[in-house]
Structure formats: C-alpha cells, structure tokens
Design a binder for this molecule. Structure first.
Ligand SMILES: Nc1nc2c(ncn2[C@@H]2O[C@H](COP(=O)(O)OP(=O)(O)OP(=O)(O)O)[C@@H](O)[C@H]2O)c(=O)[nH]1
Ligand SMILES: [Mg+2]
Length: 429
C-alpha cells in the first residue's frame, strides 16, 4: 500500500477543490484579515495569522467542582486532567482531608484549563450565606456538581444560585460502576445494566428538576479507565456545547480526547483553522533552504500537523499512557493503526508531511483556491502554497481522525471487557 496516497481513503470524488468539505472563514474573520491587509499590506500577515491560531491559549478556563466530602471530586478532576491518582501532580484521592480553600488543578497538557476543587458548603470558613462570595464564584465559567448518592439540599441550593447568576451548572452522579456491581451481586439473574442506569437517572432527576425543569444528570464512573463508559461522552459534549461562547474554541482545544464527542468537536475546530494556516503559509515571503525544492515554506504546515497529532492524542506519550490505563500492549495499538496511520509515520511526522507536500505540489494550481479566500489569490504571490497547504492539511487531518477513532474503538472494547471480567470475578467470589 502506498501510504502517501491518501486518496484511497476518500470516496470517489470529483477532483476539483469545490468538492472538498471546506469550512470557509467567517465573515468577521474575513473583515479582520482584509482590514489588516489594508493597513499593513501582506507584510507580516503570516505573523498575524499565526497569532490568531494561538489565541485560544490565552483564554483562562476555570471550572468549579463542588460536592460533599468523599463523593469523588478529586478522582473526577484527575480524570478530566488525564491523570491517574499515582501520576505526578494528581490530586490526592481517598484521603479524608477536606479542602480548606478553592484549590486549582491544571490540566496536564493545557495549563489554561483549571479545575477548582471547592470547599464544601457550610464548612466552618464557608457558611452558606457567604459561600458564593468567599469562593469568588464569578470567576468560574462552569459548575460541576458531584454526588455519589443523592444530591443534597446544599447541592440543589448551589445550582439555583448559580442559575440566578446566569452561570452554567451540571449535575454529575459518580460511582455508577460500583452501584452496578452491587446490583449484580444482589440480583445476578435479573441484572440489566440499562434498566439500573435508567432507575438511577430517574431517581436523581426527581431531585434536580426541582431546581430547574430542564436539568439533566450524567451518570459516570470517575475513574480514568472508565471514561468511555456510561454518560461520560455525553457529559463532555454538554460541557462543550454549553461553555461560554467566546471561550468555546479554547475549551475544545484544551480537552483530552477521551471520547468520540470530544474528538468530533476537535476535528471541526481543527478544520476551521485550515484556511488560517494556509493563509499564513502562503504569506511567508521567502523560502528557507530546506524547502527550496518544494517551492514554499512548509514550516507552518509541519507545525500544524504536529498540533493535530497532539490534539488527537496520537503522539507516542499519549498512546503509551492509553496503553497503560487500559492495559493494552503498545504492539496492539501499533497493529490497529498500521492500516490507518502507521506509528512510524506518526513518529517521523516531519518527513511524512514533507513527502506528502511534495506529492501534492505536483500539478497543483492556484486559481481554484483563490475563489475560496479571495484575498489570498490577489494579494499573495505564493498561491501554490495556499493550495497545497489546504489539501495536505485536509487530507492528513481526515486520516488522523480515522486513526483517533480507531484508538477510541479499541479502548472502548478494552473498557467493556474489563467490566465484564469484573462482573464475572464478582460472581465467583
Ligand atoms: N468505584 C468508584 N470509586 C470511586 C469513584 N469516584 C471516586 N471513587 C473512590 O472514592 C474514594 C473517594 O474519592 P475522592 O476522589 O477522594 O473523593 P473527594 O470528593 O475528593 O473526597 P474529599 O476530598 O475527601 O471530599 C476514592 O477511594 C476513590 O477511588 C467512582 O466513580 N467509582
Ligand atoms: Mg478530594
């Protein structure tokens, strides 16, 4: 198989660019780019566009995690940070040590994303009447309210206060893995996971709907190895959907790909950056020596593809971590990836991208692309770079999406198998 020939992965399409799924720049962004060109000329456009690509890193993302003592806050926070309790920097779990003040935990890869472990409502320094003020609730974009049994009066009170102040909240019911196991122990013959989850859900909804008729509840197991099970994906989807609009892009790019829902959001976000990257690549004035044979500067393309690899969890470290969490061998992952995006290409990505660019550069024409982003066609000399960049990124991203989906499928299978084994073990004990 010629791995550089990605066309085999696409349904037969008309070869014209118009048939690709192109996400054009928004009107506002077009206006901004035009304004920039009018006042500065094309000079520095690459820097301008590159800066735009990094804007998401400057948004602080603060998520509050609240709930009574021992409900699983720290465990959940670690999982959202892609950490297991033994990993360096993980929050301590299982220790009965009440949080005395709001404590931030940064995401392991994206430092702007912080989960705040908040003190319990009604603890000595945080009486109910002063709670919101003392925890400085205004600074949080979102409140995750956690329970492992029934939501308490304080949980409901907090939700209603948060709502009054036009902030978002989500009710999360952890520990469902243990609940299911107990049910299995009690009623092995009539065990039905769906039915039990439905019962748990309705039970919680009866409470939380007293605060908000539309409130939902998400049933999860807080442990990292279970994040593909139960409502974890739906929960992530809701966090993304309901995140304050201006910060949504940043939130999407700051999450670990833990489930298909996050993966999909990332793919859409990454696709929408392609015109920016292509524009920046085309605006580069001179070609550095290593890229002379290509006819354009591929630095920015390589950087973006490396960004895809990291965003989609396809770098070596992320894959090794996944293998460890789900007790899979790296060889299994390697085998599964071999038909989609072989690990050796993911590792030697720079070479792969360059070879790919070379292939795409042959026969590329500029005119087709000019019609999508008119300013590129008219203002920038290196239209060829725009076109090649656009195609290369579109195709590589599609292939990486397939690879990431494959990884999710095998980890999902491993998670389900682990649950089955646990149940079996339980019935033998
Ligand atoms: N089976 C199961 N155990 C859980 C889950 N979430 C947490 N635990 C366990 O419950 C215990 C307490 O979890 P923590 O995450 O420390 O709870 P916490 O809310 O941070 O506790 P405090 O900080 O003391 O208020 C730990 O032993 C966890 O491993 C879950 O979803 N399923
Ligand atoms: Mg804790």
């Amino acid at each position: 198989m010629d791995l550089l020939d990605l066309t085999q992965f696409y349904p037969q399409r008309n070869t014209s660019v118009g048939s690709f799924d192109i996400i054009d720049m928004t009107d506002d962004e077009k206006k901004l780019a035009e304004q920039y060109i009018q006042s500065n000329g094309v000079h520095g456009l690459d820097n301008y566009l590159s800066r735009r690509l990094d804007v998401w890193k400057d948004q602080p993302l603060d998520i509050a995690v609240v709930g009574s003592s021992g409900v699983g806050k720290s465990t959940f926070i670690n999982t959202m940070r892609n950490l297991m309790p033994e990993d360096p920097g993980a929050a301590d779990v299982g220790v009965v040590e009440t949080t005395l003040q709001p404590t931030p935990y940064q995401h392991s890869e994206y430092e702007q994303l912080k989960f705040w472990d908040l003190p319990g409502i009604g603890t000595p320094n945080y009486p109910k009447e002063l709670y919101l003020e003392r925890v400085q609730f205004q600074k949080y974009d979102f409140f995750l309210i956690i329970s492992r049994t029934r939501f308490t009066e304080n949980d409901l009170w907090l939700a209603s206060e948060v709502k009054k102040h036009n902030k978002r909240f989500i009710f999360i019911r952890t520990n469902v893995d243990a609940d299911l196991m107990n049910e299995y122990n009690d009623y092995p013959n009539k065990y039905n996971e769906e039915e039990i989850l439905e019962r748990l859900r309705n039970n919680c909804l009866n409470y939380v709907r007293t605060v908000d008729a539309n409130a939902d509840v998400y049933l999860v197991s807080g442990h990292l190895r279970n994040r593909l099970l139960y409502d974890f994906g739906r929960l992530n989807e809701t966090i993304i959907r309901d995140y304050p609009t201006l910060k949504q892009e940043s939130m999407i790019l700051s999450m670990t790909v833990s489930c298909k829902e996050v993966l999909l959001a990332k793919i859409i976000q990454l696709k929408s950056r392609i015109w920016l990257v292509a524009g920046a690549s085309a605006a580069v004035a001179s070609i550095p020596v290593p890229f002379l044979s290509l006819g354009f500067d591929a630095t920015i393309i390589i950087k973006e593809v490396e960004f895809y690899r990291q965003q989609l969890g396809l770098d070596r470290a992320a894959l090794e971590k996944l293998a460890q969490v789900h007790r899979l061998s790296i060889e299994k992952i390697e085998k599964e990836l071999s038909e989609v995006f072989p690990l050796q290409h993911l590792t030697a990505l720079r070479k792969f991208v360059l070879d790919f660019c070379k292939k795409e550069a042959i026969g590329a024409t500029t005119e087709e692309f000019a019609r999508f982003v008119p300013y590129v066609g008219t203002m920038i000399a290196s239209g060829i770079s725009f076109g090649v960049c656009f195609l290369v990124l579109t195709k590589i991203l599609a292939r990486m999406e397939q690879a990431a989906l494959k990884i999710i499928d095998i980890t999902m299978e491993a998670s389900n198998m682990a649950v089955q084994q646990q149940l079996k073990q339980f019935s033998l004990d």
